[in-house]
Structures are given as C-alpha cells and as structure tokens.
Design a protein around this ligand. Structure first.
Ligand code: 13P
Ligand code: SF4
Length: 355
C-alpha cells in the first residue's frame, strides 16, 4: 500500500485493521503445535480406561489433547446429543465425561447403573448457572398451560421441571413438532437459541433470559472487519450466538452441523463463531480449508478473541488420570430426581431417533 493511500485511510479504518491484524496474529499462535510430549501419560490413561471398562466421552470444545485421547481410546468426541446417546449405548460400565457438569448429569440420568466420573466438578456452564431450579420452577408455575422445553445445558432439577429436553441439533424440528399440539411454549434457558428458533419457525415462545458467555461475545462488527480481508470466507455460527450473528451467517447449526458444513460447503475459508475447541475435529474433517475464529471485537465487546469456554478448558489429561486413579468426582443423583429428569430426556432421545 502506498504512503498516500495510507494517509487517506480514516482513523476508523486504521483501528479496524489493527484489530484484524491482532486477531490474525492470535489465530497463528493458536495453531502452533504443542511442545509437550504427552504420549506416555496418554498410554497410562488408556490402560486405566481399559482396566476399569471405562469410556472417555468428550465434547468438541475440550482441548485437542483430550479429544485426541478420546479418539485413540475408542471413546467418543461429539455434541451434547451424541454424547448422551453414546454414553447410554456403550457397553462400558464407567463413563468419564469430559465436558461440563450438566453433561455428566445427563449421562448419569440416562444410565443410572453406570459409574459416571467427571475430571472436575467445578466445570459448569453460564446457562446452567443462570437458570436456578427454584426460580425457573416459579416462572413455569406462573404459566401452567404452557409446554416447558429446556435446553440440555441445564441442571437435573431444571430438566425435572420440563416436559421436553432438547439440544441445538434438533431444536427447530422439535418446536415445529410441538406446534401441532397448539399449546404455548416456555423455552429456557438460552434466549438466543430461543429467538433463533422462533424466527425460523414463526412460533413465538416465552423465553428465559439466559445466555452463553462464550457465544455472547461474537460481534457482527468484528466479523465484518475480517470479511474485508477474506471476502470469500463463509461465516458459520452456532445458534447460542446473538440473532444478529445468525443473520449474517452463511450457515447456522449445532457443533456437529457446523463441522459438516465446513466439510461440505465449497468455500475454502471459514469464519467460525463457536468455541475454538471445535477446530480439532473441524480441521480433520476439512483438512484443506482455512478455519478462522470469529472475532469478538465490536460494540459491547468485553474481550477480544476469547472464544474458549473457561469451564470446558478445565478438562485436561492430569485430571482425567487422577479421576481414574482415585475414583473421585463421581456424579450422584437422587433416585427420585433421576426418575423425574429421565422422562423429558427420554422424549428427546426417542424424538431424535425418530427423525
Ligand atoms: P452442541 O454441541 O450440542 O451444539 O452444544 C454446544 C454447547 O454449548 C455445549 O456446551
Ligand atoms: Fe455453557 Fe457456553 Fe461453555 Fe457451552 S460454551 S458449556 S454453553 S458456557
């Protein structure tokens, strides 16, 4: 670029370019290979898993080393729905669930006879925290003729108050299915996903005002700035992001659906608005494509490129090894609560199997 054209750039243009450059530099650091050789530790953990007839079930948002281990040990790496399905169908008698607390609870509710361990009991989710069971129950009780549908990212107690549990992968289909009953619907706790479903289906729902702190941070301005540098990039958005993000997306979907989109869409470059843990499997599925984190800079941003869930990040090899050695961090659910939470979860599994 010549000096005169630099002089013609506005202060806003220069600031935008600095943001994009910083973002891309961070992207480069993110993809640098890890220097730690963890192969000996992974072999130890694989032996422990085998000895204890245990399977490692990991979410796409966990760190690459955890996903690698799940893959190499014959476990599973997937979205919330498939984690639940795999956990209930595997012959393993112990499940080590690397994700967040509600995922461990879901596994236990569906398979009460199995021992369910989690690397840390502290890994929660802002959607779960933002929807306390007593307050949600009071909200639902105020609308007794409504069907209550809750997202999987909730506690067992909130699930127990619901008629249906659903995951992002099949939420639109489920709400369309329920519309035939002609009953009003309460949706909780993710307001962004609820709004997205309402726009897709034309079905208005009463929304609980929860949100995901990771997806909340993706901003349209940041994506538009990055698109100036990569105009041919397709924008992939998880529906826990704001509706404004969904509006500028080329594709909106659950983690599994986003990976499939990166693989199948003809574009060579993708801007991805979801937790960056997804890049491990997405890059495997689309090895010749350039994958970039969606920026988080823009109006009301509180961070820049922080697209990683702090609770998912708590899962690491040390904790997985410890949990297998010590047998601690077991998920325990009261039998009555387990039974009540099972009903809406079973409906989810049956509905998912039917579509
Ligand atoms: P899915 O993997 O089901 O799309 O959910 C995303 C998520 O936020 C899990 O915490
Ligand atoms: Fe919860 Fe968001 Fe973390 Fe998923 S990424 S566990 S929705 S806080």
């Amino acid at each position: 670029m010549s000096e005169s054209s630099t002089l013609m750039m506005s202060q806003e243009d220069i600031a935008a370019r600095v943001i994009v450059q910083e973002h891309l530099a961070h992207e480069h650091l993110k993809s640098m290979p890890t220097v730690v050789d963890s192969s000996a530790q992974k072999e130890r953990i694989k032996r422990l898993l085998k000895q204890q007839n245990a399977a490692l079930v990991a979410h796409y948002y966990t760190d690459a080393l955890v996903q690698e281990l799940a893959e190499e040990s014959g476990g599973c790496i997937s979205d919330s729905l498939e984690m639940a399905r795999f956990g209930s169908q595997t012959p393993a008698t112990t499940l080590v669930v690397a994700g967040v607390h509600f995922m461990g609870e879901t596994a236990k509710i569906l398979s009460p006879e199995k021992r369910v361990l989690v690397p840390t009991l502290e890994a929660t989710c802002s959607l779960d925290v933002g929807c306390p069971a007593d307050q949600f129950t009071a909200f639902c009780d105020a609308y007794p003729n409504h069907t209550v549908v809750v997202y999987a990212n909730t506690s067992a107690a909130v699930k127990a108050r619901a008629d249906w549990v659903v995951t992002s992968g099949i939420a639109v289909q489920l709400i369309e299915h329920l519309a035939a009953e002609d009953k009003p619907i309460i949706w909780g706790p993710d307001q962004h996903l609820g709004r997205y479903i309402a726009k897709q289906t034309g079905i208005e729902m009463l929304l609980w005002p929860g949100s995901c702190i990771v997806h909340d941070e993706f901003k349209v301005t940041g994506v538009e700035q990055l698109k100036q540098v990569y105009p041919k990039a397709a924008v992939l958005v998880h529906p826990e992001s704001s509706y404004a993000m969904a509006e500028i997306a080329d594709f909106v979907g659950s983690t599994t659906q986003l990976i499939k989109a990166a693989q199948e869409m003809p574009n060579k470059e993708f801007i991805v608005a979801t937790d960056r843990g997804i890049f491990y499997k997405m890059q495997q599925a689309a090895p010749d494509k350039l994958l970039m984190e969606a920026p988080t800079a823009g109006n009301s941003a509180s961070c820049r490129s922080c697209a990683h869930c702090p609770w998912m990040a708590m899962n690491d090899l040390d904790k997985i090894e410890q949990v297998l050695l010590l047998g601690h961090n077991e998920i325990v659910i009261d039998a009555d609560l387990q039974q009540r939470a099972l009903q809406p979860l079973k409906r989810l599994m049956d509905f998912a199997a039917a579509i």
